[in-house]
Design a protein around this ligand. Structure first.
Ligand SMILES: [Zn+2]
Length: 336
């Protein structure tokens, strides 16, 4: 297969500036990146071609060699550079008599071999995903259980818009980023809180990390969630627990009481003779984001005895006392 001209591959003129080359490369890399075109062999081939072209044209020395010798100049120029360890290893095999001088690389197996080596090298120095960044947010209990949105202000590195991340404008150092190619900005990031988020859990916000290298995708933001404890509800796994006080009569005779749940008030019947047991409202707990199942609301009955003691109250209590069919402390351990 005849190799295409590198300038043609990137769609720039022979006299293109560094910035123009970088810009063209980034545009193509974004379009052809394997992450964007999973399984697309033709895009992958083109991506490699673009990669290789950029690898040469971005480097002033390699570019000069290419301008002079065309594709034949590429192996020499690249060979001089310090490649990854694998490259040096392969090269060692050629030292014994391979025709290194001149323009022989264009023809025969050796050219292909170098092509492969260069393919590998181009990948190693190709687009790289930006670093991930991390943050912490504290959210109310209710939002963690039911989901919602919140925002987080963070300092974020972004590509400098003046120089498109090259650090240079023409021959001058970019005054905006002072040659770094990126600038730090405070950005408010909206974060979607999924239903059922746990204290200590992590939310991934794609594309809100540091910018990628050589046209690679931006890193992600990982947000650790702290859930503010609720004054009334307590979460245990996918269940939510609470306590419901009842009067002596409600406990004794049974009643319909209002039970607060995170999903709202639920009217629930408590049976006659209710003591301090736990009762359950199915499906009124936390929806588990992994299983999709919703836990229960579990409420513990607390019998509240009146504080005011009167002779009539005393008589009523004595009457109640006569109704126990077994001693209330019969299950306590004896002889510790
Ligand atoms: Zn800049």
């Amino acid at each position: 297969m005849k190799k295409r001209d590198y300038y043609e591959v990137l769609g720039v003129s022979k006299g293109a500036s560094e910035a123009e080359i970088k810009k063209a490369y980034r545009r193509l890399a974004r379009k052809l990146h394997p992450d964007v075109n999973p399984g697309d062999k033709s895009a992958q081939k083109k991506f490699q071609e673009v990669q290789e072209a950029y690898d040469v044209l971005r480097d002033a020395e390699k570019r000069r060699a290419y301008d002079r010798f065309g594709h034949a100049g590429r192996p020499l120029a690249g060979f001089e550079g310090s490649g990854p360890a694998g490259f040096g290893g392969s090269a060692a095999g050629f030292e014994g008599g391979a025709p290194f001088e001149g323009l022989h690389f264009e023809t025969g197996d050796l050219g292909d071999l170098f092509g492969n080596i260069f393919g590998a090298r181009a990948r190693a120095t190709g687009p790289e995903k930006g670093e991930d960044s991390a943050g912490t947010i504290e959210i109310p209990f209710r939002e963690a259980v039911l989901g919602g949105t919140t925002s987080l202000s963070l300092r974020r590195e972004k590509e400098c818009q003046q120089c498109h991340g090259t650090g240079r404008i023409g021959r001058e150092v970019c005054p905006t980023c002072r040659g770094r190619g990126r600038v730090a900005e405070v950005e408010t990031v909206r974060i979607k809180i999924p239903e059922g988020t746990e204290d200590g859990g992590t939310i991934r916000v794609p594309g809100k990390g540091s910018p990628g290298l050589r046209g690679g995708p931006t890193g992600d933001l990982f947000v650790t969630v702290r859930v503010t404890p609720h004054p009334y509800f307590e979460r245990r796994g996918d269940d939510i627990h609470g306590t419901v006080p009842v009067t002596v009569k409600e406990a004794y005779a049974g009643a319909e009481v209002e039970v607060p749940t995170i999903h709202g008030i639920v009217r629930a019947r408590i049976p006659p003779g209710t003591r301090g047991q736990k009762l359950r409202l199915r499906g009124k707990g936390v929806k588990n984001p992994r299983t999709g199942q919703t836990g229960d609301h579990i409420y513990t009955i607390r019998v509240v005895v009146p504080r005011t003691v009167t002779p009539a109250g005393h008589d009523a209590a004595t009457l109640l006392d006569s109704l126990y069919d077994e001693p209330v402390r019969k299950d306590l351990p004896k002889g510790l």
